[in-house]
Design a protein around this ligand. Structure first.
Ligand code: IPM
Ligand code: SF4
Length: 470
């Protein structure tokens, strides 16, 4: 039997190519995802040193950050255009599969990996993108890397990595009705702070985590980076296996069952030791709304913005309130919004869209609110359309867009204007994130949908009591 091991111990051991005292370990990489923003210089480096891509078949590319979500072929920004053309050329020259803008597999890199079954338990997955932690939901060891590391992985299919410590975030009990995975991760970050994961790989455990769908787990793991962690993951279980069954790129038939047994064996063993453990009670979590300029600045929807003098960091709080155009001790439900964004790699999957649509059905977007829904991938968009979700959103006055990162970060045409205020299902609310002077409030898809209808934040549990009790 041997000593009980965590999933991180097991994946690390399976991928260590070289280890030397006092140096990082050399790790084999199973899947390298690339997008148009962080790959151009890496390919340039390869060309300059006359090197090739070592494993084109373990590399997969998509376009997501810069793509227009309407009028697909009109790319106004020159840098965006150049980045996309460069990715196209690089993939062609080096033999890498690319989900180009009009390709049916196109979408946000962290949405399509799982959808295509490229993301699998036990894999080491990297991408030049901080939210690569999303793939950890499958029990993969997945983390963001810098552009010089992208070049290293392209050239060698390996990466030097300092082994992080393990941090168990244990969620006791279960979430209440109308409280989502997004509320859970926002509550975790607001309770423990935006740096609590630094130097660690978080493993999320406990009943509430086990009860989450794969989409919910992805939402949680996605934001691990906002807690400062190197990565976040969840041990695989039957939910993981069922999500992956019949996906492209996974073994089919009996071979799938054999693979699934291997995956389940990767789960952290009973009694395995973590470097650290923190606990949070799921029953106590309410729908969250961020009021400030980092994802830890969140409060329950029935609460108010903090008082400056009572806070631990009065200067930081005062500055954030000022940027956000809010008063101290202001009730969250009094905050009026003029933009709503349902999308991003945190919350743009089919279940997110289904849940938001249930809230929106038969209602209308409040006057003066511009609300957009941006599916995470072309596949998600088609599925949603098959289910008639697009009609529900459009009838209520939402815009229904093509897949991409969109309004999550202002790298394309979807921008919140200066002073604009957005209820957003994305993961970052930094100053200027959705446009210069734009104000972002992070919420769940259900809370964003309810805010769109009411024109200000409301407790979705009361707003949609009928939906929840139906
Ligand atoms: C553009 C990219 C490098 C960036 C990231 O690494 O996360 C982006 O995806 C983001 O969410 O800020
Ligand atoms: S959706 Fe947002 S967070 Fe996710 S990869 Fe795109 S820009 Fe980054």
């Amino acid at each position: 039997m041997g000593k009980p091991k965590t999933i991180v111990d097991k994946i690390w051991r399976n991928h260590m190519v070289h280890a030397e005292e006092g140096k990082p370990d050399l790790m084999y990489i199973d899947l390298h995802l690339i997008h148009e923003v962080t790959s151009p210089q890496a390919f340039e480096g390869l060309r300059l040193s006359n090197r090739n891509v070592r494993c084109p078949d373990l590399t997969y590319a998509t376009m997501d950050h810069n793509v227009p979500t309407k009028n697909r072929d009109v790319i106004k920004d020159d840098i965006s255009k150049k980045q996309m053309e460069t990715l196209r050329k690089n993939c062609k020259d080096f033999g890498i599969t690319l989900a180009d803008m009009f390709h049916p597999d196109q979408g946000i890199v962290h949405v399509i990996g799982p959808q295509l079954g490229l993301t699998q338990p036990g894999k080491t997955i990297v991408c030049g993108d901080s939210h690569t932690s999303t793939h950890g939901a499958f029990g993969a060891l997945a983390f963001g890397i810098g552009t010089s590391e992208v070049e290293h992985v392209l050239a060698t299919q390996t990466l030097w990595q300092e082994r992080p410590k393990t941090l168990n975030v244990h969620v006791e009990g279960d979430l209440g009705t109308g409280v989502t995975a997004k509320d859970l991760i926002l509550a975790i970050i607001s309770k423990f702070g935006v740096r609590f994961g630094t130097g660690h790989i978080i493993e999320y455990t406990g009943e509430a985590i086990r009860n989450l769908s794969m989409e919910g787990r992805m939402t949680v793991c996605n934001m691990s980076i906002e807690a400062g962690a190197r990565a976040g993951l969840i041990s695989p279980d039957e939910t993981t296996v069922e999500f992956l069954r019949d996906k492209p790129n996974v073994p089919q038939g009996e071979a799938f069952d054999a693979k699934a047994a291997e995956w389940l064996n990767l789960a952290t063993d009973e009694g395995a030791a973590y470097d650290e453990t923190v606990t949070i009670k799921a029953e106590e979590i309410e729908p969250q709304v961020s009021w400030g300029t980092n994802p830890g600045m969140c409060v329950p929807v029935n609460a108010s913005t903090p008082g400056v003098s009572e806070s631990e960091n009065p200067d930081e709080v005062a500055r954030a309130l000022e940027y956000m155009g809010l008063e101290e001790n202001q009730p969250i439900q009094s905050i009026a919004i003029d933009h709503v964004f349902i999308g991003s790699c945190t919350n743009s999957r089919i279940t997110d869209l289904r849940k938001a649509a249930r809230i929106v059905e038969g209602q209308s977007v409040s006057d003066g609110v511009r609300a957009i829904v941006v599916p995470g991938s072309f596949g998600t968009k088609l599925q949603a359309e098959k289910e008639g979700l697009d009609t529900i959103f459009k009838d209520a006055g939402f815009e229904w867009r093509e897949a991409g990162c969109s309004m999550c970060l202002a790298m394309n045409d979807d921008i919140v204007p200066p002073g604009g205020r957005c209820a957003s299902t994305s993961n970052r609310n930094f100053e200027g994130r959705q446009g210069n002077g734009a104000r972002t409030h992070l919420v769940s898809p259900e809370m964003a949908a309810a805010a769109a209808i009411e024109g200000h934040f409301v407790d979705v549990r009361k707003f949609a009591a009928g939906v929840y009790h139906a």
